[in-house]
Design a protein around this ligand. Structure first.
Ligand SMILES: O=C(CO)COP(=O)(O)O
Length: 241
């Protein structure tokens, strides 16, 4: 039975005060959430220590949005696995398209970060996905296949989550059609040595679409940006029917 992972990716939103305010509106909704669903909030570094204090005893797991591959060192602006583990972070998003686009992330550095997350006891969420140009050129399958094969070299697939996030669906409101998202998720699964790796869909996930998305057999959860920023919106997603 594959794990269900419902994660919010707050990107660069919410101060510590705003994140604490979010929890006050969100946590009560979890009383209705089936136990087998893993609920994760991937938040900015400054929110991690604030939220870790507020989440004690809660079922919400903390996630980060980046991790350096070294244990320590002169890497201005980076954060290490031991720093994240010390405050109870369990998950870390790796290879998000925004990091690949704006911060020079490559498949090689993604691979290093994936292995570092596992080395320091965290579970990485690997993001893969194609651009509109690649999809229109019929390159979706080859792009995804290359990302999976390159990013996962020597990565332990027993401690991994993957998110299929078509870049053209991120932040656009143009959610991938559920059957297509399911098809590509099935392709990703066919490339893995461990068929039980949870695979999420991400890209304009909205409350009104979550029931349909989660009804797809290959999809084991979602990675949610904008719709995870409001308590009621993310609560409806977490409590999909
Ligand atoms: O990038 C995403 C999650 O990592 C998706 O963002 P949106 O849900 O805002 O499209």
């Amino acid at each position: 039975m594959r794990k269900i992972v419902i994660a919010g990716n707050w990107k660069m939103y919410k101060t510590q005060a705003e994140s604490e305010d979010f929890l006050r509106g969100f946590l009560p909704a979890l009383d209705a959430t089936p136990d087998e669903r893993e609920v994760v909030l991937c938040v900015p570094f400054t929110d991690l220590s604030a939220l870790s204090k507020n989440l004690h005893g809660s079922r919400v797991q903390l996630g980060a949005q980046n991790i350096h591959w070294e244990e320590f060192g002169a890497y201005t602006g980076e954060i290490s696995g031991p720093m994240l583990a010390e405050i109870g972070v369990r998950y870390v998003v790796v290879g998000h398209s925004e990091r690949r686009q704006y911060f020079g992330e490559t498949d090689e550095t993604v691979n290093l970060r994936l292995k570092a997350a596992q080395r320091f006891g965290l579970t990485p969420i690997l993001c893969v996905g194609e651009t509109k140009q690649q999809r229109d050129a019929g390159e979706t399958e080859s792009l995804i296949t290359n990302q999976i094969k390159t990013d996962l070299v020597d990565v332990n697939q027993e401690n991994l989550v993957i998110a299929y996030e078509p870049i053209w669906a991120i932040g656009t409101g143009d959610t991938c059609e559920c059957k297509e998202a399911n098809r590509v998720t099935g392709l990703i699964r066919s490339l893995l040595s461990n068929p039980d790796v949870p695979i999420q869909y991400g890209g304009s996930v909205k409350p009104n679409l979550i029931d349909e998305i989660m009804a797809e057999p290959e999809i084991d959860g979602v990675l949610v940006g904008g719709a995870s920023l409001e308590p009621a919106s993310f609560a409806r997603i977490v409590n999909y029917q």
